[in-house]
Design a protein around this ligand. Sequence first.
Ligand SMILES: Cc1cc2nc3c(=O)[nH]c(=O)nc-3n(C[C@H](O)[C@H](O)[C@H](O)COP(=O)(O)OP(=O)(O)OC[C@H]3O[C@@H](n4cnc5c(N)ncnc54)[C@H](O)[C@@H]3O)c2cc1C
Length: 392
Amino acid sequence: MKIVIIGGGAAGLFAALNIKNKDNEVIILEKNDEVGKKILVTGNGRCNLWNEDMNTSKYYSSNKELLDSFIDKEIIPKTFERLDNYFEFKIKNGYYYPYSNKATTVRDVLVYECNRKGVQIITNYDVISIKKEDKFIINNDISCDKLIISTGGKSFEVTGSDGKMLDILKDLGHDIIKPLPSLVPLYADETYLNKWNGIRCDATVTSIIDGVNVRSEQGELQLTDYGVSGICVFNISREIAEALNEGRNVSVEINFINKEDIISYFKEHYENQTVHEILLKYFDKKLMKVLLDKMEINERAYFKSLTSKELSRLEKYLTQFNINITGHGDFNKAQVTQGGVSLEDVNPDTFESKKVKDLYLIGEVLDIDGICGGYNLGFAWMSATKVSDNIC
Ligand SMILES: Cc1cc2nc3c(=O)[nH]c(=O)nc-3n(C[C@H](O)[C@H](O)[C@H](O)COP(=O)(O)OP(=O)(O)OC[C@H]3O[C@@H](n4cnc5c(N)ncnc54)[C@H](O)[C@@H]3O)c2cc1C
């Protein structure tokens, strides 16, 4: 049997090395001059390839009710067992990295194993057409019995994923959920942005869409001259990108001090100190200036002398600092793509298309995306594992 895999990213490489045996021919077609380019940029060059806490609550899809069948309980340990055969890990707070702490290791191990098993890798091969007759015919050039699509989403085009395959898949009868950026920075239009540019702090961020609190995340927040960024922002960006695309009203609320009843706490501990003395304990001076300007409180005033209106402004800007969100990073700033081939069109037990027999879809090309923490590569490995168990 001849199996062609279009796309030599994480999902395609992992599927290839798990499928190849002495009775089949496995070919990867990759449009770049090398495979696994995106793997190299993951995890800031360290590649966070798995997470100890792997479960469906870390994933999104426009078909949420189908997620459990695509990421079932058996596939998680099975996939990890296979990864464990190939990689040595370094684990930090449940986040898995290669032992070398270098993404190149992950790419190199996958390529080495593909070569060792006899997978044929053809680079500089851009697939622009797929026909299904008795067999699949690719670019009127290569034919095969079974075809796996692992061309990724639309994010970080420089690594090869441009979303053009989605048009081909649409022509083959699949429903495509509109691709949008996810895990992206958020843009605002406020005069104070250049004053807080470059500051990193711990905070809780909450997305508010049309006045309703949607999602909260705690972590390191990056304050920039265009708005806000950092992993906690990425993790709330999915619904925000969707809402902005629908023309809805979006803001982000920042809690700079994760403490219950901050006013009572200050009263108990710092009643005889000035506002300046208190804020100095918590904030970088640049951020302190932005907060004080917003609060309109004299920083030399003693805490005990603040009026009730001043106290409520102090509390508001420290724990519910609201920024109106005007936009988000484009696909080139997005770590992942939300949307893709509808899960309705794919059999969750095999990852075979319900529209085209012997065609399989894995990885980010599907309408499944995860939060930061190794979940997106996690899904690439899991879907590759499932298809490899079922294709031969
Ligand atoms: C900056 C950044 C950091 C990230 N960090 C992490 C992280 O630490 N942990 C994590 O879990 N996830 C991370 N991700 C997300 C993760 O990299 C992706 O979800 C994952 O790589 C998707 O794998 P894939 O194989 O489905 O697609 P891809 O890795 O995108 O691979 C698709 C391949 O298909 C090729 N291709 C596309 N179209 C064609 C065509 N027509 N013909 C031939 N070849 C084609 C592309 O060139 C590419 O090589 C990060 C992403 C980015 C951009």
